[in-house]
Design a protein around this ligand. Structure first.
Ligand code: KDG
Length: 338
């Protein structure tokens, strides 16, 4: 609707002699529209962060860039929306790194189980040199990575039994994100995993196609998974970053000032989103128990056992990605952990 509204306000129709109204606010005349989509719903900090992005961009661009926000997979799931960015039919999506690894395999490294020891270390690595290097790998895929946001530490929930040790994964039908490493890691733990888009997950749990899933407490609570799940454990098995992506063709069409505006807004809104995400985490866990789920804490010994079981999968993917690249990530984590 907005895309053409102010088109050519500067010169076109100049010979008609009555076209000067409305000039002055806009120097280029053209209003650009960003359609931004996410899979999570409008209660999630990810959507609140997206609203903040909208606010900043619209204000700083004096309305020259308009942001339309879509949640709950209204525009598709992570994979289809990312493809839409490549085609130039959508401008922004904020997927987890896991489905993004289907576009740039190196991103799998961020989904290595038990990689990041804390959110703060993840921030430092992702916002630092190494994280930026990975964002650069997106360009040949027609994608521009503007910032990392946070999905967070993932936790297993299910409708069958309390998961306390690795042995409890045996036979559990778990939905995973569409990512081979996730699939293999859950197989190594003894589970029976199925890849599926987030948009199909609630129904799959409701109908019993899967017994459970894994997502941060925020998602489990805000997506009301407690209505169809009985048990949750702090498996903390993977820290999921989000990547704020923009279509490269759209980004290239912005002038330098506009590029800076969207870059700064993605970063600033991301910091806000991370804060919101962390602040509420403890509360979400309490809310889940309040809603009737049993909560099982994983002991350090059980964590160590899980880690040993998935190590061969990590080794396999480290080989595939390239030891040197993986080592850079390990070194950055070590440096950030000091
Ligand atoms: O908006 C983000 C979602 O689309 C997705 O990335 C959430 O972690 C997620 C999942 O399990 O699919």
């Amino acid at each position: 609707v907005f895309a053409l509204a102010a088109c050519g306000g500067g010169n076109e129709g100049a010979n008609e002699g009555e076209n000067n109204e409305g000039e002055g606010t806009a120097d280029t005349g053209e209003v650009k529209t960003i359609r931004a989509g996410i899979g999570l719903n409008d209660a999630h900090p990810q959507y609140k962060g997206l609203l903040r992005f909208k606010e900043i961009v619209e204000e700083k661009s004096n309305g020259q860039i308009v942001v339309e926000t879509y949640h709950s997979g209204q525009l598709g799931d992570d994979r289809t929306m990312t493809e839409a960015l490549q085609l130039g039919t959508q401008e922004v999506v904020i997927p987890s790194t896991a489905p993004l690894a289907n576009f740039v395999p190196e991103f799998s490294v961020f989904d290595f189980p038990f990689l990041f020891p804390s959110e703060e270390v993840a921030d430092e690595v992702l916002d630092g040199e190494v994280g930026q290097k990975f964002l650069g790998m997106l360009e040949p895929q027609n994608l521009v990575g503007l910032a990392y946001w946070e999905n967070g530490f993932r936790q297993v929930s299910n409708s069958k039994k309390a998961v306390a040790t690795a042995a409890d994964f045996k036979g559990l039908k778990l939905r995973t994100m569409e990512n081979d490493l996730h699939l293999e890691a859950f197989r190594a733990l003894g589970a029976n995993p199925t890849p599926m888009a987030f948009t199909e997950l609630f129904t799959a749990m409701q109908q019993g196609t899967v017994d459970g899933q894994e997502n941060p407490f925020a998602t489990i609570y805000l997506s009301k998974f407690y209505e169809v799940q009985d048990h949750v454990s702090n498996t903390n098995h993977i820290y999921s970053p989000f990547v704020f992506l923009m279509s490269k063709s759209f980004f290239d069409g912005l002038n330098d000032e506009q590029k800076q505006i969207v870059q700064d807004a993605a970063t600033e809104a991301g910091q806000y989103q991370r804060e919101l995400n962390r602040e509420a985490n403890a509360q979400y866990l309490a809310d889940l128990q309040e809603a009737g789920m049993t909560y099982t804490e994983i002991t350090p010994e059980a964590h160590a056992e899980m880690k040993a079981l998935v190590q061969p999968v990590i080794d396999k993917y480290a080989e595939r990605i390239g030891q040197e690249t993986v080592q850079e990530v390990y070194d950055a984590i070590e440096a950030a952990s000091k």
